[in-house]
Design a protein around this ligand. Structure first.
Ligand SMILES: [Zn+2]
Length: 197
């Protein structure tokens, strides 16, 4: 069993199956991802392997450690790691926080919600398009180009959630508009120039 503590006090162990496949790259990605999840401080996480899916999370119904996720090492993305860790929070934030820990910010359940909160959490998780959040094909295929704007919209949607019950529909319709806004891009005329007043 490998243990690592990425400086945030979360203890990580790997299943024997995962240890066999684990790469330095995957460990580095996991460490970096965990730094974005201070809520997991002082908790234990066990990471297993999945071949068939990008990742799997076992959403905790009560605080029994270790928490458990599975990841596919081949083609691993920060977005997948973030998504699975966010699933853990979807369960944890419904439970009373561990002794001495600050109250957890509530996080709604659901796959689309998981994608929204993952992207909003950090730019780190914008390396690949999320699976469940609906978006036009061109946004998905040119994800790098749109990622920062989609992330800003996710942050805004979360801000609006308390007053707008339809925040996901609002978000998806704003994402759907992104390519249209980009369309009148004047070939050969850089955008900065058009901003000169
Ligand atoms: Zn999921």
């Amino acid at each position: 069993m490998t243990l690592l503590s990425p400086g945030m006090g979360v203890t990580v162990s790997f299943t024997p199956q995962m240890e066999k496949r684990l790469t330095q790259r995957a460990v580095r990605m996991l460490k970096q991802s965990l730094r974005q999840f201070p809520e997991l401080r002082n908790l234990e996480l066990r990471v297993g392997h999945t071949k068939t899916k990008l990742g799997v999370a076992f959403i905790p119904k009560r605080l029994r450690l270790p928490l458990y996720i599975r990841l596919r090492v081949r083609g691993l993305t920060y977005n997948t790691i973030g998504h699975e860790l966010t699933h853990l929070l979807q369960g944890l934030t419904k439970l009373p926080p561990p002794e001495g820990a600050p109250a957890w910010a509530p996080l709604p359940g659901g796959e689309t919600q998981c994608d929204i909160w993952t992207l909003a959490r950090s730019e780190l998780f914008c390396d690949d398009a999320p699976t469940y959040l609906r978006m036009p094909r061109t946004v998905r295929e040119n994800w790098r180009h749109y990622a920062a704007r989609v992330r800003s919209l996710c942050v805004e949607a979360i801000r609006q959630r308390s007053s707008r019950r339809t925040y996901i529909r609002w978000l998806e319709s704003r994402i759907a508009e992104l390519p249209e806004r980009a369309r009148p891009s004047r070939a050969g005329a850089p955008e900065q120039l058009s901003l000169t007043l």
